[in-house]
Design a binder for this molecule. Structure first.
Ligand SMILES: O=C[C@H](O)COP(=O)(O)O
Length: 314
């Protein structure tokens, strides 16, 4: 028997009683996908329905960012108790007002979003979003109890000049400049080199990623010593073939995926890889009992917004 999109440990045992709570899940591994500007309502519903076979492994936080038109369809298509989180790909910093065509963080929250992507390179390149705009959106999202997923990454010219880490570090510093130190623990950051994204991209090499992640963590530590981010992800030409190698980077907290997760089968394959890695990490770095995360099918944002204990100061 399979129960859709629940924790593996939430699946009923053969006798029908709940399974035991897992231990040692203090650090989460994130797997998310943005559908960007793809999918009709029917396609969105079919995707969630096709995912129904997949349990979400312990230690993995799964999210989907559909186009706004499909936000409700995805929310409604989730089975009761699902741990699949749903968010948006953009939001405006103002609470209300005459901003034709935009949607505020308050409206996103009202519509059921838990996460909001901010500053994707598409929006920086095509809609002129600056680091200052990104910063305004981050604080607006936090004000509305959304989890900001802040996208940062260097263009190829910066990469070629050897300044990738410095460039991304400054993007992060500006993006988080308005965030109260303790609120950094509510923020997800995803490192997405611009040259790695999309059909013409290729995934960054692990050594390159490590150098940039180190800089990001240093900047965050300067802003709020010892607090650490909610999670630091990588995105850009992630596939089922390279996900395992990327997640071998112990400092990486997850993957943010476009094309490879635009089918339910694609996301499911990545989910299984994440589950294997999360289990390995738990064995390698068991959480203290006080860090063990209770298994819950509760999808309220309180669970999502609560700071996660980290293995080490970040
Ligand atoms: O939103 C996801 C990122 O932009 C990566 O996209 P991609 O996996 O299709 O390269």
């Amino acid at each position: 028997m399979t129960v859709p999109l629940l924790r593996a440990a939430d699946l009923p045992s053969p006798a029908g009683s709940p399974g035991p709570a897992p231990e040692g899940a203090g650090r989460h591994l994130w797997l998310g996908t943005s559908w960007k500007m793809t999918k009709t309502l029917a396609e969105a519903r079919a995707y969630v329905s096709d995912l129904h076979r997949e349990p979400v492994p312990d230690g993995v936080e799964l999210f989907v960012l559909p186009p706004l038109t499909a936000l409700h369809a995805v929310l409604d298509a989730r089975p009761d108790g699902s741990v699949l989180r749903v968010g948006a790909q953009n939001g405006h910093w103002a609470q209300d007002g005459p901003v034709t065509g935009e949607v505020s963080m308050r409206q996103l929250r009202d519509a059921g979003a838990e996460i909001v992507e901010i500053g994707h390179s598409d929006r920086r390149a095509q809609f002129g979003e600056t680091d200052q705009v990104v910063a305004a959106k981050v604080t607006a999202a936090l004000d509305q109890h959304l989890v900001p997923l802040v996208c940062v990454g260097e263009p190829w010219s910066v990469r070629a000049s050897g300044r990738a880490a410095a460039h991304v570090g400054e993007q992060v510093r500006t993006a988080l400049s308005g965030v109260a130190p303790h609120d950094l623990a509510r923020v997800l950051v995803t490192y997405e080199p611009v040259w790695a994204i999309g059909d013409s991209g290729r995934a960054a090499a692990p050594g390159h990623i490590v150098g940039v992640l180190d800089r990001v963590r240093s900047v965050v530590d300067e802003l709020a010593p010892g607090v650490g981010l909610r999670g630091l992800l990588y995105g850009g030409s992630v596939t089922a073939a390279n996900a395992g190698a990327l997640l071998d980077l112990d400092d990486l907290d997850g993957l943010f995926v476009g094309r490879a997760a635009w089918t339910a089968d694609g996301l499911a394959a990545l989910l299984r890889t994440c589950g294997d890695v999360a289990a390995r990490r738990t064995t390698a770095h068991p959480a203290r009992p006080s860090e063990a995360r209770p298994v819950t099918a509760d999808v309220t944002s309180d669970h999502l917004l609560a700071p996660t204990p980290t293995r080490r100061s970040r």
